[in-house]
Ligand binder design. Structure first.
Ligand code: GSH
Length: 177
């Protein structure tokens, strides 16, 4: 058996790490995970600020490289490049999306101020997923955040739209990629 080509550095409790792990799983890309908390020695060994996650790409074009890739958006873009299918990009003209860049815009805003869920909600469609009735990349960033909130008392304040989004996520996890 060949070893997985990728390693994720980060505890599964990290929302950003979970977003990336979910994405790799959805794309059928095997990986190993080194569990560590932010600002631990392992985190600093792999990230200049000691943040999570880092994706270690062990090989490219048959050459061993062990490249460390940081920043969830950069990692998500790399995953999409090497595994374009199943596509998780939004389709302009379908659902709420007009141009594809809105997908990266949503993820970037969420990464900076994910706590302002009310504001994020204003950008979302009304049919289950972030951009409409089709699962797309931003959902992978939103779901771990909602799951964390659901687990604490503040979760009671989640709006019907966000709860619906959680519901869709549960359905997604119940079916194969
Ligand atoms: N911009 C980074 C943010 C990652 C991030 O904030 N990760 C959290 C863990 S979920 C972290 O390491 N926080 C440490 C800190 O803020 O000091 C990314 O997109 O990967």
């Amino acid at each position: 058996m060949t070893s997985p080509f990728y390693t994720i550095i980060g505890t599964p409790f990290s929302t950003f790490t979970r977003a990336i792990a979910l994405r790799l799983t959805r794309k059928g890309m095997p990986f190993t995970q080194v569990r560590c908390v932010p600002h631990s020695n392992t985190a600093y060994d792999n990230h200049p600020f000691g943040f999570l996650p880092t994706l270690i790409i062990h090989g490219i074009d048959g050459k061993t490289i062990n490249l460390m890739l940081r920043e969830s958006i950069a990692i998500a873009r790399y995953i999409d490049k090497v595994a374009p299918e199943p596509s998780l990009h939004i389709s302009p003209g379908r659902g709420k999306a007009i141009i594809e860049e809105q997908m990266w815009e949503f993820v970037s805003l969420l990464s900076r101020k994910g706590s302002l869920l009310g504001k994020m909600e204003e950008l979302m469609a009304n049919e289950g997923y972030v951009f409409g009735s089709k699962l797309s990349l931003p959902d992978f960033f939103l779901f771990p955040l909602l799951a964390d909130l659901k687990a604490i008392p503040e979760g009671e304040l989640l709006s019907p739209k966000m709860l619906n989004c959680m519901e869709e996520r549960n359905k997604m996890e119940a079916r194969p990629p």
